[in-house]
Structures are given as structure tokens and as C-alpha cells.
Design a protein around this ligand. Structure first.
Ligand SMILES: Cc1cc2nc3c(=O)[nH]c(=O)nc-3n(C[C@H](O)[C@H](O)[C@H](O)COP(=O)(O)O)c2cc1C
Ligand SMILES: [Mn+2]
Length: 635
């Protein structure tokens, strides 16, 4: 295992996966612009040795490919995360409480390598306290043009619940607001926010320490959705991943232990009685800005660092970004506990276009009617899976990371209206389309091959027969348990129409551009100017014969390219609250029912009370300078 960030950077350099940038580059937008194009091209990690305005070098994109993410955890491939954990646990025992109970003792092994206390630590070679504390000396990035200021983007925020003593590390971005104060963007559902509530009840300040760098496995662990199991936290997960305990040292001004091998540590406190401060805007991992909001202030009492400290950073924005690989690591690891509870799950994936929680593709082994909903709703009950907005379930043999192919399979097997469920629940705080902040709806689409009971037959207890796209294509029919065969009708035989470009699609005064990619979608774009415009265009399209071969019509904003499937689905998922924005129309012209989705920006005239954020874009001037820089660097 690498042990610390700098050893991992050396490892990457040996592998040819690190490029040093020696010329001066500005931390205001420029580093973002370069890092953005490099990560999207699957390029190397970057070490900026000369960041304007700071003496510290800055590393970015360290986890920016699937391979580097695996190496960061000491693995060759991220799939090993699941295999190793599966060996530890017995996932065959079956689902629910039985599976959990028989495996709980085994989970202790996860906690068998607790942190080790050390007295001297590289991260305390340099100590700034009191007036010497100056966050302005760190190369903190101002990431995007509309950002409210510089943000610490890869922080490991350490706190202890003053009531239970439970320690937590979460990655919560921090906006620098002064020499010694930042915002603390722990969202309402996160553990750090709970620790602050606990401190408030006890009438105490909450001490907080923020580590930058350290073992790459620990940085990963701070992002992992670790369930609240006593004795299991980010330190024990890191101990399990790296095969030895994390070295900790006592903070110099706080009664908290901090990772001894970090690059930099910020020590301080959050006072629950202090007014919250205006945080943001911030170009977020949704690919949109998150607008200003109130968050607690973090006061820095000391900054400690290595003599040769490297400042680690990431940027988030339009997918795919570096965080997609941190998320994929969690996806591989937490597949195993998810299968303990929902054993029919064969595999799942959260495609980058869904920025993690907006889209979960699930493959199941199906044994009975309604099972897709059992799994979809079951996932919604598992920790941070509660944020999922759209869940697609199939039992077909399609890899969950084949994004367009997975949709194609699900749309072929799912009849709009008959095969979906809308549910309500908590929504990610960053979601800008939900009816209210952090509260909205979810859409589960059952793209499995249907059992007789699911298409209207009463069913009996005999051996079950199935139908659906596969069966119907082979000329098969529903066989209700032990009974007579029933024809499947149009539903099972559905096939998507061919790809059609705008020249083969009907004109509409308000439609700017449109495309049917050939997998069941029809994307249309419009410049929204009046209430219900998106809905009306969708309804018009559904009634047109061009809707034959289409299962999902989506009306999108004018900035979306309907020929770019990733762009279109990314926009679609961000801009909807399914219960409000998804309707089913059967126009009766032979297309069958279609989902009509209004994914345009919502406006006040439609009763939408919140402000709608912009999509993130870089300024043309910075892009131009970055073209030149990228060329000089051969990137
Ligand atoms: C790059 C990155 C930035 C993140 N920023 C935030 C943030 O600002 N606020 C937040 O609540 N979660 C943020 N997260 C997600 C949390 O780190 C994640 O939900 C984590 O599991 C929370 O852990 P906890 O359960 O210990 O609170 C971020 C994740 C990544 C990968
Ligand atoms: Mn946690």
C-alpha cells in the first residue's frame, strides 16, 4: 500500500500516469480548465509545481481513471473490491435478516485493523497557529466562473460525536471565506451534520480537523457511504483496504486524532450557536451550479503540514469527472452488502450521466412477479441509495455499464404506465428540480421479462411461465402457471425504431433540434419561454406518428445536444421530479403508450418556487489560454 499521497504520486510517475506542470498556472479557473479536459480524455494525474500565489504544489486528477482508482486502493482492478469482500462474507445464505445476522460477526474482520497512535508525525513538521494561520497561502482552487470563491475540494473532514464518541470522516467541500474561516458544506443527511446537532444539544462547540492527503485509501474512505455499524468507520475501512491500521497523531489545538501521514491538516471548530454563513454558488458534481445556501462556519485554529507538502485537489462538474471513479469504487464495494439484503441482485451500476444518485441500473435474477419493485424499493432503503431518482431494473443479460444498451433493453421490456412505479422520498440536497429542497420523487421502471400476473392474468400457484421481449420475439406466449397460454399482445413484441435525425422528424415552431437515437428515446430541445411549454411539446410529439418505435419522449433545454446521448440523459435526469414531470400518453396511432418527460427548466409561472441554476461552462478566454497550455504540455 502507498501509505501517503506523495508515495502514490511517485508510483503514478513510474507508471507514466503523472505529468508535472512546471510553468506558472493560475488557481483561478485555469487549473480547472486543464484538469477538466485531461480527465475527460482519460489522461494522467497532474502535479502543478508552480501555482500562482502559493508556495505549495497542487496535485489533481490522482483518482481520475478506473485504473488509478484501483491502484490507489492497492488493487489492479476495482472489481477486486467486491471479490475480496465476498470471500470474507457468506452471501449465499440468503436475503434479509438471516443473511445479515449470519454475517455480522464476519463484519468484525473489517474492524480488526484499528488505527495506531504515533507520537511524531510528518504532518506536524510545520505548525501555524493563531495569527500565523492563513488559508490564503494554500493553492485553493476557484473552480468555475460563477463560483462564490475558492473551495477546498478534497478534504477529509474528521469529527467525533460528543455524545457517543463515534468518529467520522466525510468529504465535504469547504469554501474559503477568510484567513482562518471556511464554510462547512456537510449536507443535512451526512454524519458531520449529525455530530454538530449532537454538540448543539450538549451546548458544546464541535471540534473538527480536516486532513488533506494521507493514504489514498483513506481519501477514498471519506467518500464511501459507510453504514452505521458500531465499530466500523472510515479508519477501519481503510485498515481493511490497506491491510494495516492508519497512523494517527493527536492534533496540536484540538482533542482529535489526525492522520499522521497527511500532507496538511486544518484544525478548528464549528460553533453550533453561531449564525450559518452564505455558501456558494459552486459548480457542482451535478454539472450545474448549486446556488447559495446557508451552512455552518469552520474556524481554523491551526494549520499543520509537511515541510514539502503537496496540496491535493479535485474538480467536479459535468460528468465524467474524477468523482465518478471514487463513486465506482463504492459501487463495487457496497454491491456485496446490498446483495446480502437483496440477494437477487446480479449487478448494478450508476452511469456517470446520472452523477451517482440520478440513475441506478440494476440486473436481477427474477423468480416472481413484482420483484423489480421489491428490489427498487429495497435499494431506496439502503443508506445513501435513498437519494436514487431513477432506478432501471432488468433480468436480461445486459451489462449495467452499457448505458445506451441498458436503456434499450429496459425500454423494450417496459410498457409505459403498466411497468413503472413513482415513489416519494428524500432527494439529494444538490438536486435542483425536486419540488422542495431535499424532498422529491423517484421513478422505478420494471424492464424485466414479465410474468403472466404482471400483464393482467390472475395467476395460480403452478410453475410460472414468462413472456416479454425475448419470449415474444421467439414466438412464445404467456403461460400462466399451469394454465392455458395467452397471447402477449403488442407489448411483448415491442422493438425500438431505427435512428432518425432531425430531417426525418416532424417540424414544430418551438422545437430547436431533435433526434431519435434508435434505442426507444426521442429527444427534442426547446428554448423555454412560457409555462408548460415542455409538457405541450411532449404531448404534441406523442400524438405524432413519428412516436412509433419510441417509448420515452424527453423535452430538453436549448443547450442540450439531442444527438449526444450522454448529454441528453444527463440533462433529463437532473431536470425532473418524476411525479411532476413524467406522464404516460397513448395517442392511439399504433405507437402504444409512451412516457412523456418534461425535462425543461422549471419556472415560477409553473408554480416552481426555487431558482433554477445554470449548467457549468468555462469562459472562452480561459479555454483559449488552456488550448495553448495543453499544447505546450503535449496533453
Ligand atoms: C469530490 C467529492 C465532494 C463531495 N462534496 C460533498 C459536500 O460538499 N457535502 C456533502 O455533504 N457531501 C459531499 N460529498 C459526498 C460525501 O463525501 C459522501 O456522501 C460521504 O459518504 C459522506 O460520508 P458520511 O456518511 O460520513 O457523512 C462529496 C463527495 C466527493 C467524492
Ligand atoms: Mn461516515
Amino acid at each position: 500500500m502507498h501509505g501517503d499521497l506523495q508515495r502514490f504520486l511517485s508510483f503514478l510517475e513510474e507508471k507514466g500516469e503523472l505529468v508535472r506542470v512546471k510553468e506558472p498556472v493560475s488557481p483561478v479557473l485555469e487549473i480547472t480548465a486543464l484538469a477538466d479536459r485531461v480527465v475527460k480524455a482519460g489522461g494522467p494525474a497532474l502535479l502543478f509545481e508552480n501555482v500562482e500565489g502559493s508556495d505549495l504544489p497542487l496535485a489533481i486528477g490522482v483518482y481520475g481513471t478506473r485504473q488509478r482508482m484501483a491502484w490507489a486502493l492497492g488493487l489492479d482492478d476495482l472489481d477486486e473490491l467486491g471479490t475480496r469482500l465476498r470471500e470474507l462474507m457468506d452471501v449465499k445464505v440468503g436475503g434479509g435478516l438471516v443473511g445479515l445476522a449470519s454475517n455480522l460477526p464476519k463484519l468484525r474482520e473489517l474492524a480488526s485493523l484499528p488505527p495506531k497512535r504515533v507520537r511524531r508525525a510528518p504532518v506536524q513538521e510545520v505548525v501555524w497557529r493563531g495569527d500565523d494561520v492563513d488559508l490564503g497561502k494554500l493553492p485553493v482552487l476557484t473552480c468555475w466562473p460563477q463560483d462564490g470563491g475558492p473551495f477546498v475540494t478534497l478534504p477529509l473532514v474528521i469529527s467525533k460525536d460528543p455524545a457517543s464518541g463515534e468518529v467520522n470522516i466525510g468529504m465535504y467541500r469547504m469554501q474559503v471565506m477568510g484567513k482562518n474561516v471556511t464554510g462547512m458544506h456537510w449536507q443535512r443527511h451526512k454524519t458531520g451534520a449529525r455530530h454538530l446537532e449532537s454538540a448543539k444539544r450538549l451546548g458544546q462547540r464541535l471540534e473538527v480537523a480536516v486532513a488533506l492527503g494521507g493514504d489514498p485509501a483513506l481519501t477514498y474512505a471519506a467518500t464511501a457511504p459507510i453504514p452505521p455499524i458500531p465499530g466500523i468507520n472510515e479508519y477501519s475501512l481503510t485498515g481493511y483496504l490497506r491491510g494495516r491500521g492508519v497512523e494517527l497523531v493527536k492534533g496540536v489545538t484540538v482533542d482529535l486524532e489526525v492522520p499522521a501521514n497527511a500532507e496538511i491538516v486544518l484544525e478548528g471548530y464549528v460553533d453550533p450557536d453561531e449564525d450559518w454563513v452564505v455558501e456558494g454558488p459552486f459548480g457542482d458534481h451535478t454539472g450545474f451550479y448549486t446556488l447559495q445556501d446557508l451552512y455552518p462556519a469552520f474556524h481554523v485554529t491551526a494549520i499543520t503540514m509537511r515541510r514539502d507538502a503537496v496540496y491535493p485537489a479535485t474538480i467536479v462538474g459535468r460528468p465524467p469527472m474524477e468523482d465518478a471513479y471514487l463513486i465506482e469504487a463504492s459501487e463495487r464495494l457496497f454491491l456485496v452488502p446490498a446483495q446480502l439484503i437483496l440477494p437477487e441482485i446480479v449487478d448494478y451500476h450508476m452511469p456517470p450521466a446520472g452523477i451517482a444518485h440520478n440513475l441506478v441500473n440494476v440486473v436481477i435474477k427474477k423468480g416472481y412477479p413484482g420483484q423489480a419493485y421489491k428490489v427498487g424499493n429495497g435499494l431506496l432503503g439502503l443508506g445513501q441509495m435513498m437519494f436514487a431518482k431513477v432506478i432501471l431494473v432488468t433480468d436480461a443479460d445486459v451489462p449495467p455499464n452499457d448505458h445506451p444498451g441498458f436503456w434499450r433493453t429496459v425500454l423494450a421490456n417496459a410498457v409505459p404506465g403498466r411497468d413503472h412505479q413513482i415513489a416519494k422520498g428524500p432527494i439529494d440536497v444538490l438536486d435542483h428540480a425536486s419540488r422542495a429542497w431535499s424532498y422529491g420523487s423517484k421513478l422505478i421502471i420494471d424492464g424485466t421479462v414479465k410474468h403472466a400476473e404482471e400483464v393482467g392474468a390472475p395467476g395460480t400457484s403452478g410453475p410460472a411461465g414468462v413472456t416479454g421481449a425475448a419470449g415474444a420475439a421467439a414466438g412464445a406466449a404467456i403461460t400462466p402457471g399451469g394454465g392455458a397460454a395467452e397471447p402477449t399482445g403488442a407489448a411483448g413484441a415491442w422493438e425500438p425504431g431505427p435512428e432518425r435525425d432531425r430531417t426525418h422528424l416532424p417540424a414544430h415552431a418551438e422545437v430547436l433540434d431533435q433526434h431519435q437515437p434508435g434505442n426507444g428515446f426521442w429527444f427534442l430541445t426547446t428554448r423555454k419561454e412560457r409555462a408548460d411549454q415542455g409538457r405541450h411539446i411532449g404531448e404534441w410529439a406523442a400524438h405524432h406518428v413519428a412516436a412509433r418505435g419510441v417509448r420515452l419522449i424527453a423535452v430538453l433545454d436549448h443547450e442540450t445536444d439531442p444527438r449526444d446521448f450522454e448529454d441528453a440523459v444527463w440533462t433529463l435526469l437532473n431536470n425532473i421530479d418524476p411525479e411532476r414531470d413524467v406522464q404516460v400518453i397513448d395517442a392511439g396511432h399504433g405507437a402504444g403508450p409512451v412516457w412523456v418527460v418534461d425535462a425543461t427548466p422549471k419556472i415560477a409561472a409553473e408554480g416552481f418556487a426555487r431558482a433554477w441554476p445554470d449548467k457549468i461552462t468555462m469562459t472562452p478566454e480561459v479555454e483559449e489560454r488552456t488550448d495553448a497550455l495543453a499544447e505546450r504540455l503535449g496533453l
